[in-house]
Design a protein around this ligand. Structure first.
Ligand SMILES: C[S@@+](CC[C@H](N)C(=O)[O-])C[C@H]1O[C@@H](n2cnc3c(N)ncnc32)[C@H](O)[C@@H]1O
Length: 239
């Protein structure tokens, strides 16, 4: 299985789940990246960081993949100060906005990786180092020819399982019904996850999530929002 994933690695590098957007960066976002990067951005140049040292304590850790503008992450980190938060996002204006927001709110419990989440999960996080993974409104890539770009795929499930502590959880949300069905199919097929609702069932909306930008966009379009959650259980599948 490990070998198979190693073989998959090259293929998934070629098909990213995101498009690198030039994106307009405001002066405040650019300043935040320049002035606050050292404080909040994780540096992987020396290999996987010791997260207890990075956060200066040992606490339960939540990772949010693809936080976008980061408003939900800032709200969550502010309301759960006993927990540490690791945000992953490749979109520089979003990261700049998050850093500015963290600074403004005086948050000490957030760090950010401005990297492809697949790299972070595969190479830069130790096994069982995270208690919770959140992926809220990942790009649905609705066209069939783009399905291969979806973040939630079997190898993603395997990589998330590797970094989750036993008993930890994976939470997903989407406003695109076919992607919700796809998520169910993919995660349920991994033997290391047990659906927190019931097999093949969705969850009620998570109260912990402040409505995200893409969530409100979906609602404005009349889309139903689907929440999904699994607990990590022991599995023989290497990952
Ligand atoms: C549709 S947006 C959703 C943003 C936010 N969660 C929300 O609900 O408003 C998806 C985000 O995931 C980010 N993303 C996609 N693939 C990623 C990856 N492999 N690693 C890190 N970020 C990724 C994109 O840059 C984008 O900002």
């Amino acid at each position: 299985m490990l070998k198979q994933h190693a073989g998959d690695a090259a293929r998934r590098r070629a098909v990213r789940s995101f498009v690198v957007r030039a994106g307009r960066m405001t002066a405040a976002q650019r300043r935040a990246l320049a002035e606050l990067g050292e404080r909040y951005l994780l540096d992987f140049s020396g290999g996987p960081p010791n997260l207890d040292r990075v956060f200066g304590r040992r606490a339960s850790r939540t990772m949010e993949v693809g936080f976008g503008t980061g408003d939900a992450l800032i709200a969550l980190a502010g309301s759960e100060p006993a927990r540490d938060f690791l945000g992953i996002e490749v979109y520089p204006p979003g990261v700049g906005r998050l850093l500015a927001g963290c600074h403004e709110a005086g948050l000490e419990n957030v760090r950010v990786a401005m990297n492809d989440a697949l790299d972070v999960l595969e190479h830069w996080l130790a096994p069982s180092s995270v208690e919770e993974v959140l992926v809220w409104f990942p790009d649905p890539w609705p066209k069939k020819r783009h399905h291969k770009r979806r973040l939630v795929r079997p190898w993603f499930a395997a990589l998330v399982h590797r970094v989750l502590q036993p008993g930890g959880s994976l939470h997903l949300a989407t406003d695109w019904e076919p992607y919700a069905e796809h998520m169910l199919e993919v995660i349920e097929s991994h033997p290391g996850f047990s659906n927190c609702a019931a097999p093949d069932r969705f969850m009620p909306r998570s109260e912990r999530r402040r409505e995200t930008r893409f969530e409100s966009r979906g609602r404005d379009r009349g889309h139903r929002v689907f929440d999904l959650a699994w607990r990590a259980v022991k599995s023989d599948v290497a990952g």
